[in-house]
Design a protein around this ligand. Sequence first.
Ligand code: CP
Ligand code: NVA
Length: 300
Amino acid sequence: MKHLLKLMDVTTEEIEEILNLADQLKYELKHGIEHPYLKGKTLGMIFAKASTRTRVSFETGMYQLGGYPMYLSANDMQIGRGEPIQDTARVLSRYLDGIMIRTFEQQQVEDLAKYGTIPVINALTDFAHPCQVLADLMTIRESKGALEGLKACYIGDGNNMMHSLIVGCLKMGMSISVACPKGYQPDQQVLAFASQYKGFEMTDFPEKAAKDADVLFTDVWASMGQEEETAIRMKAFKGYQINKDLMALAKPDAMVQHCLPAHRGEEITGDVFEDHAHEIFEEAENRLHAQKAVLVTLMK
Ligand code: CP
Ligand code: NVA
């Protein structure tokens, strides 16, 4: 594995190795065992969108690994003024040991990897959020013991989160049922991938997707960059919500995961969120451990 651009590029074995290493790093951190695997290495962290979890977990993670995290706001870089990504990639490759990028177009991340000579990590594009889903898989495995055979369900927008979850869950032997309104379905590329698996289902009905689920996911109705569509989306997604009625259809011990930030009263009700807050914040914590595993895998 040279980069983490999207989960479609990563094998089941590689995901498993990352999850195992993430568990080990979490254990070591909790037991005060230092692990400076990236001593002397620098990670550039380019952000063209807002972030709380991703920035803080990558920055802290890099520090805990003995390396140096460099925050780079895309607006303050020359890419913000039109310098080509091909040139940015070749320049940054001469200073840094790895690049993490959060941006809009997936193509930009792919180009950074293509033209540069150092590992590139996708920290969210409009198309994918692989780091989040590695943390999600880690959290589910911690709680349920194993991933294979579990049923996931995702209620809401066919966005970056849904894309990465479909790929991640199917690769790990889980089934996944997604419920989304017409016009907000996942990308064709993801549907083509999913069509190779028996465990994929897409429906208009949240109730169908949630039936007997072991883990339920949702995400915001309007993602970063879609702020102007908020009013239209509020109407389109009405009913695509994780609430008590929907939870009653899932397995009695079903987990709830949310990448955060959450909008209570929209994609999830406040009561369900609070009932599952321990799982949701464990998921947020696991961003740190899963990403450290990615950093070590790519940059050691
Ligand atoms: N879940 C997630 O990526 O959070 P941030 O946008 O705060 O980084
Ligand atoms: N789909 C959301 C995820 C945020 C972590 C967004 O792209 O804004």
